[in-house]
Ligand binder design. Sequence first.
Ligand code: PLP
Length: 415
Amino acid sequence: MTGFHLKNNRWYSDGVPLSKVAEKVGTPCYVYSLPAFEARWKEIDQAYKSIPHLVAYSIKTNDNLSVIKTLAKLGSGADVVSGGELFKARKAGVPANKIIFAGVAKTDDEIAYALKEGIRFFNVESIPEIVAINGVAGKLRKIAPIAIRFNPNVDALTHHYISTGKKENKFGVFLGDLDKVMETVRRCQSVHWTGVHAHIGSQMTQTASVGKSARVVEQIVMKLRREGFPIHTVNLGGGYGIDYQGEKPPKPSQYASLVLPVIKRLNATLLLEPGRYISGNSGALLTKVVYVKQSGKKTFYIVDAGMGDLIRPALYEAYHRIAPVEGSQKPAQTVDVVGPICESTDFFAKNRKLPLVNRGDLLVVLSAGAYGSVMGSTYNSRPLAPEVVTRGNRFAIARQRQTREDLVRLEKFVL
Ligand SMILES: Cc1ncc(COP(=O)(O)O)c(C=O)c1O
């Protein structure tokens, strides 16, 4: 069986019992099912097989090199948002012409790096950025391929912290500035404008917003073509939601049924930048109960993972399913699951019914493959957790646990 599942009261990743990983690698520890990553990438790829398209995995969600390489082998591209992510994508074997570079604050240095690598195009987020890219490309005697990210002013109907497509968000170019953008691009001799991009938000659980955004993009592309711009690529970003707590998110094929007619009418190539859909439920965080603490009427399961390992609950009050790695049939009690960090926001669950546990028992925090380890920090001087990958009955450490020595490696005593 692929991915995370419960069998005979034991949690597994693929054919590997999570207790075995903890025994060998220790906790806290991230575990990723590579076959689960592959299955979800293929699901999206299949949904669009009737048109020219590229699924460019959004590596901001999980930039483990083994994960990126696994997807690159299937033919995946990469959506990157920094020079560091571009470096990782190239190192993991993603061909430069399958890499798209987004982000609102690309520096001249990053732009030059991407141009030298020969990426497919920049997703440009503002008029000053067009001018900057033109300047850097001119100096390098290159023509920079660009897509412009427009803000379609469509509500993704998701948490306001991860909604990006409304006019008050910092992302993309305001639609009312379309004429100014055309005028700027016409003046810029070192950019070639061939794509339109829109990404309206993350963790969407309905299809309507995607359909709306596609139709806004269609109007923009038609106008641009009338104005003489050879737009042949439409990038509809990512945002496909997943099941964290019983949501019933649409299947990729359901989004495709709204998107395909638009792209066919435009006779364009479709680009997609899914992240969470591929990585979210393909990873989990393993942790150990350090203490069970009774405080008046409250019970705390204090675990050895914290917000430095998985910040989503602290950042967006995100919900993650939690289960004992073994023994989920025990009687339940209402508890808070909290970490070791000196912040009240350092929690994984509040007032959650969980089976009784003892000091030393293992818990698995599910759906932690996206926006998990990538947001890790060493706050409270706690080394970063290792990352383990599984396939069939095998598992391997893909990223070592940081050591205490690693924590001070870049420092020296000065002045
Ligand atoms: C431009 C862009 N593309 C793709 C993604 C990936 O989104 P998701 O993980 O929801 O698929 C993001 C995430 O915020 C993004 O900003």
